[in-house]
Design a protein. Structure first.
Length: 260
């Protein structure tokens, strides 16, 4: 990999880690706390805020997260103020809508940014699947006949994820055959990675599953974030009636495996 391209990857990764940096014109945070120890905020996108129960759920989770970060930072500030010589520790959490399927299932990417004075900021990625009809969070289990650990469906998902990541790493001139990152992807719903329903060219449908990986999850920090796509057709033999009803169409061309 050339030094120039390596620098571009690192710069883009750092830019995308922070919601504030990624979108300078973003709206005012929906909740914020600033003390000598922490500067923290929670931001919900317009689609999340359009559903009062979903917004309430995400905001409550976000407030709890900030309270936990504050409980960690305040004692550190009192015992070692020098650690905060460059200002309070920064924390940002954003909830961004990925897709809405069948006007019922809302996929959200939750991004956590933090900087506590280390060599670089850190980020964590998780996802939320919200059922508007039941007004609660769910998993993708209802869409498949069997998602037990090591089941055929989970094995197919892992195969799809690894193939997608290898292709994206090749685009970035990275080593797609690195066994270490492959070992981290297990055929278990809680170990394969945060998942969302991908948008589709067919209205009301999902074209498959997208798995979201933060820096360090499947590669070096400088590689940034990854999105792995598994088309619904690769999982068709394992779909439940509910899954058959919501999957269809193809992935939109502008919905790539980059770090958006």
């Amino acid at each position: 990999m050339s030094l120039l391209r390596h620098a571009v990857v690192v710069s883009c990764s750092l830019l995308l880690l922070s919601p504030a940096l990624a979108d300078p014109a973003k709206s005012k945070p929906d909740f914020a706390v600033k003390t000598k120890a922490i500067d923290a905020s929670i931001t919900l996108d317009a689609a999340v805020k359009a559903d009062p129960k979903l917004a309430e759920n995400c905001l409550a989770e976000g407030k709890k997260w900030i309270a936990e970060r504050r409980a960690e930072a305040e004692p550190e500030f009192k015992s070692d103020p020098e650690m905060f010589r460059n200002g309070p520790w920064s924390y940002e959490r954003s909830y961004t809508t990925r897709s809405v399927v069948a006007d019922r299932y809302v996929s959200i990417v939750r991004s956590d940014y933090s900087y506590t004075g280390g060599a670089h900021p850190n980020t964590d990625i998780d996802t939320v699947l919200w059922d508007k009809q039941q007004s609660k969070r769910i998993s993708i289990r209802p869409f498949f006949t069997d998602l037990a650990d090591n089941s055929p469906a989970m094995q197919a998902m892992v195969a799809g994820v690894v193939a997608s990541l290898k292709a994206e790493k090749k685009k970035r001139d990275m080593d797609g055959d690195d066994e270490e990152y492959i070992k981290s992807i297990e055929p278990k719903l809680l170990k394969i990675g945060p998942v969302t329903l991908a948008p589709s060219t067919t209205a009301g449908k999902s074209s498959g599953l997208t798995f979201h990986y933060a820096p360090y999850a499947v590669g070096a920090y400088a590689e940034g974030m990854y999105i792995a796509f598994v088309p619904w057709t690769a999982l068709k033999p394992y779909l439940s009636p509910e899954g058959t009803a919501i999957f269809g169409g193809e992935r939109p061309k502008d919905d790539d495996d980059g770090t958006r």
